[in-house]
Design a protein. Structure first.
Length: 152
């Protein structure tokens, strides 16, 4: 077996870092807990990969540890809004579309956002439209108007 082949087998390239948003890393209390949990999970997975001697898994989990460590280091905890008159980071907003459908969204940090579960990133186009608005205001969404019917 050639020496070049052995060296290729032994080394695994470090994976490039995951992209980190240029926006401030605003987080809710739940978002901060999510980041902390992801970092613990990544640390545990990395330790397991080291014990197993799995170089590919070590590279993948090291990247996750770097990402979640950076997100934790840059996290800016934003307290729940006391003002329920206007839409703020952390607000839960219900809108009613022209066809009568009601949709509720919570405005959260980027790592916490899950639109399918009703949470949207504060940098999303919808959240940007909602910011500063209050009950009775109208926004434009998907080419139609929608009214804000509740802020909490």
């Amino acid at each position: 077996m050639s020496r070049a082949f052995v060296k290729e087998q032994e080394s695994v390239e470090e994976l490039p870092d995951k992209l980190i948003s240029e926006h401030p890393n605003l987080v809710t209390k739940e978002g901060l807990a999510h980041i902390e949990a992801e970092l613990r999970r990544a640390d545990a997975a990395h330790a397991a990969a080291q014990v197993a001697g799995d170089r590919e898994a070590m590279a993948a989990t090291a990247r996750e540890v770097r990402y979640w460590g950076a997100r934790l280091a840059s996290a800016e905890l934003v307290p729940a809004p006391a003002d329920t008159e206007r839409v703020h980071f952390g607000s839960t907003v219900t809108i009613e579309r022209a066809d009568g459908r009601r949709q509720t969204y919570r405005i959260v940090g980027e790592d916490e956002a899950d639109p399918g579960k009703g949470s949207i990133s504060y940098v999303s186009p919808l959240a940007r439209q909602l910011a500063g608005k209050e009950v009775g205001d109208t926004i434009r969404i998907a080419g139609a108007d929608a009214e804000i019917v509740e802020v909490r």
